[in-house]
Write a protein that binds this ligand. Structure first.
Ligand SMILES: [Zn+2]
Length: 412
């Protein structure tokens, strides 16, 4: 069988793929933190669907969670043996965020609606499309009688939208993934599927509290104006950090580290008081070439200098800290294989990129596993009226079928 025949085998199932996908989206899988019952019912549905599609090696690993009625958070692992011992995983997630503002939905969020080449419904993009595409891609390969080049594992995890404790972290602790494995996390991407995310910036959200001395605004000499000290600190800090951490990396947009003052809290209701306390926050996104420890040491030095000069105090704490994971090398096998599969199915040149936010590739990269984040999506995850584009659902199913086949299909 050649690549075109395999792609045709996927294309001929378009209607069935849409039908199966809609039936999956009808089964809610909202986590308990958002008032849902977890992934239990959806997992059962997927296991039944996978066996109906001809996949036989299906395992469910459950993490205990007293916060859901079933007491368990299921993770599905579907395997197909390859001709070599090297392993390739596709790690999608079953859970979804809740619907949000129901009155803003134009179709019912849990009754998927096919309209204008799209499927509307909660979880249709995030992460249903890629879960379904990887499942159907693998099933098509097997039904076509092809043996994959690598050992293939589809992993459909729980708890991605709220911390990964019962999903990826749980499976990591069970030793499921090993150094040298290849991983695709299909949970972020571009509309045409050309972007392969291989590196992330480190993230620091910092809460800052400046304490001065409150007084009447007509006698400012009797107090210490916390707002003014906060403003001086804010500007001194970002100008120092932007100048010092100025390395560029064109994989990212923007191609440099960012240091932004963001939230500013109220310091009181009235105008005629010099505020004695001011809180605000920084959001830093730092290229992986710099350590957050080094950035924070510089920030602390500016804070100490500003506080001393003004006779104020500046305290800081992390609202969030995520140090950047190591990069997946641009010449990694997973980047090469996925890029080839993409270019065979569509008229785009796959290009590696970096992003400024955290993804679920980070825990794999920290464990020494090359991981790529990829999907062909309109980026409407978590929105009301979330949708997936059917052409992307089918197109990505073709990509998976070719990726899994590896050298098992003729490329000519
Ligand atoms: Zn997601």
């Amino acid at each position: 069988m050649d690549a075109t025949e395999l792609m045709d085998a996927v294309g001929s199932q378009r209607d069935k793929l849409v039908e199966d996908f809609c039936s999956l989206l009808r089964v809610k899988a909202v986590g308990p933190e958002s008032g849902g019952e977890g992934e239990h019912d959806r997992a059962r549905h997927i296991v039944a669907l996978a066996s109906r599609l001809g996949l036989t090696d299906i395992e469910v690993l459950e993490s205990s969670d007293p916060n859901v009625p079933s007491g368990k958070r299921p993770n599905i692992i579907i395997r197909v043996k390859g001709r070599t011992a090297k392993r390739l995983w596709v790690v999608s997630h079953m859970d979804t965020v809740p619907e949000g503002d129901l009155s803003a939905w134009t179709t019912p969020p849990y009754e998927p609606t096919v309209k204008d080449g799209r499927i509307y419904g909660r979880g249709s993009e995030d992460n249903g499309q890629e879960l379904m595409a990887s499942l159907c891609g693998l099933a098509t390969l097997v039904r076509s009688g092809l043996v994959p080049e690598l050992d293939i594992g589809l992993v459909m995890v729980a708890d991605e939208e709220h911390g990964n404790v019962h999903g990826i972290d749980f499976l990591m602790s069970k030793g499921l993934f090993k150094k040298g494995d290849l991983v695709v996390v299909p949970d972020h991407g571009s509309l045409d599927g050309s972007e392969l995310e291989v590196v992330e910036k480190g993230i620091a959200w910092i809460d800052v509290e400046v304490t001065g001395k409150q007084t009447h605004a007509s006698t400012p000499h009797k107090g210490v104006n916390a707002l003014e000290v906060a403003a001086k600190f804010m500007l001194a800090a970002v100008s120092k950090l932007r100048a010092k951490y100025a390395i560029r990396d064109d994989l990212f947009d923007p191609p440099y580290s960012t240091f932004e003052p963001t939230r500013c809290e109220s310091n009181g209701p009235n105008v005629n008081t010099v505020p004695g306390r001011q809180r605000f926050a920084f959001d830093f996104r730092v290229l992986p070439d710099h350590s957050l420890d080094e950035v924070m040491a510089d920030l602390r030095a500016v804070a100490d200098e500003t506080a001393r000069a003004a006779d104020a105090q500046i305290t800081m704490s992390f609202l969030q800290r995520a140090d950047a994971a190591p990069r997946t090398p641009l010449d990694s096998d997973v980047v090469r294989r996925l890029s080839e599969a993409i270019s065979l199915t569509r008229d785009v040149v796959a290009k590696p990129t970096g992003i400024g936010g955290g993804t679920c590739a980070a825990p794999f990269r920290r464990a020494g596993i090359d991981a790529v984040v990829w999907a062909s999506v309109a980026s409407v995850a978590h929105d009301v009226n979330e949708y997936c584009i059917i052409d992307n659902l089918v197109g990505d199913t073709k990509v998976y079928a070719l990726l899994f086949a590896g050298d098992g299909v003729r490329r000519a």
